[in-house]
Design a protein around this ligand. Structure first.
Ligand code: AOF
Ligand code: ZN
Length: 382
């Protein structure tokens, strides 16, 4: 074999410490929202002298945790950070200034901060202080780690995932609606994980009524983590049909009902009863009669700083989101059984009449989850 040259050794070293910083960031995967997941490692003379990760919004950023751990020894060190250090006063002061004051010699980042309040200014300030700056180390991994945050910063809307379960013949339920437990326990645990990483779970009032859904996170290690937040349960209920004794009101997790203004005007008593039951009733910004404007809804959720939302709905609502081009990723669980052609289909796509109108997706991943199979599908919109 051939020895690596100096440049190769340098880049392997950068990747080594950046991988460590990504690992630290991932340990706070379920608790930083609406903030991004960020990790930081400080290295001096080949030794890690401090490291840390951002844990919860309002608490110190990754760099501050690492600098505290280094306890004044950061002079001349290299700082590895999975995201560009911030340059603004948010809930906490700028990390760029903290790194400059600590006297680091070299900053290595995976990616720029897409937050328009930062967007390159953190790197510029650090470079202007005479510190060497290297960026783009393990950038793909860092982007994927904060897929939701990055998407919200770029579009103003959350990253939207949808989950559905189907049989080998693409059916979701019997004609009667009977559907519980198509997939096995491993697939259901996997869905708990998707809920846990989402800021909200969205469904329609008809699924809610048919399935008595609770839409909460009920199992998994994240439940024990300080700062873990249950996703908001969002019910699209244009005419306010949700009963005040619906199953989801038994859990403390937040409930948001999205309705049309006309329904609220016609039935102020329903609004009052639902608010009394613990729901927040959100009206669509523009008047709507029966159909919730899904694009406007996602803008509302983006304004509420939701990085990722998850759709767990029936064929009509999931199909409407897909046809509107509003789903980024579809998680499809396939159970090894046939339900036959009397059973219900997966997605209602009334706009698709000809083959060339078919909704195209890209298969990102396929794997066994217990006795079921999970397809991760990327919906690429042009
Ligand atoms: C960093 N390091 O660990 C994180 C950063 O309200 P604040 O003060 O917490 O600021 C939140 C913003 O700071 C967030 O939107 C993102 O732009 C950046 N997050 N920056 O230097 C970190 N979590
Ligand atoms: Zn910061």
């Amino acid at each position: 074999g051939r020895a690596l040259n100096d440049l190769q050794v340098k880049s392997v070293t950068h990747e080594f410490y950046m991988a460590r910083a990504l690992h630290l960031a991932r340990q706070a995967y379920y608790t930083t929202r609406p903030n991004p997941r960020v990790g930081c490692v400080l290295v001096k003379d080949g030794q890690v002298i401090g490291e840390g990760a951002h844990q919860r919004a309002g608490e110190p950023h990754a760099e501050v945790h690492a600098l505290r751990a280094a306890a004044g020894r950061a002079q001349g060190a290299t700082a590895y950070v999975t995201l560009e250090p911030c340059s603004h006063f948010g809930r906490t002061p700028p990390c760029a200034d903290a790194l400059i004051q600590a006297g680091i010699a070299h900053l290595v980042v995976a990616m720029q901060d897409p937050n328009p309040l930062v967007a390159g200014q953190g790197l510029a300030r650090i470079a202007a202080a005479g510190i060497q700056v290297t960026s783009g180390i393990l950038e793909d991994e860092a982007r994927e780690l904060n897929q939701g945050f990055v998407h919200r910063m770029q579009t103003g809307q959350p990253w939207v995932i949808a989950k559905q379960a189907m049989s080998l013949d693409g059916r979701t339920a019997m004609a009667s609606g009977e559907s519980q437990w198509i997939t096995g326990p491993e697939a259901r645990s996997d869905v708990q994980r998707l809920r846990a990483e989402s800021c909200a779970v969205i469904t329609g009032v008809s699924s809610l009524l048919a399935d008595q859904s609770r839409l909460t996170v009920r199992e998994g290690p994240w439940l024990a983590q300080t700062g873990f937040m249950q996703p908001t349960r969002i019910i699209l209920d244009s005419s306010l049909r949700t009963p005040t004794d619906a199953a989801l009101f038994q859990d403390a997790a937040p409930v948001m009902l999205v309705a049309c203004a006309q329904a609220a005007q016609r039935h102020p008593e329903r609004v009052e009863a639902l608010v009394g039951a613990g729901a927040e009733v959100v009206l669509q910004p523009r008047r709507c009669d029966e159909r919730i404007d899904l694009h406007a809804l996602l803008n509302q959720l983006g304004q509420r700083q939701m990085n990722q939302v998850m759709i767990e709905a029936g064929a009509a609502l999931s199909g409407a989101f897909l046809q509107a081009g509003l789903i980024q990723q579809l998680y499809l669980y396939m159970a090894p059984q046939f339900l036959g052609d009397a059973a219900r289909g997966l997605l209602s796509l009334p706009g698709v009449v000809q083959l060339q109108q078919a909704a195209q997706v890209r298969v990102q991943d396929v794997r066994a989850v217990g006795r079921d199979w999970r397809f991760t599908l990327l919906c690429e919109h042009q």
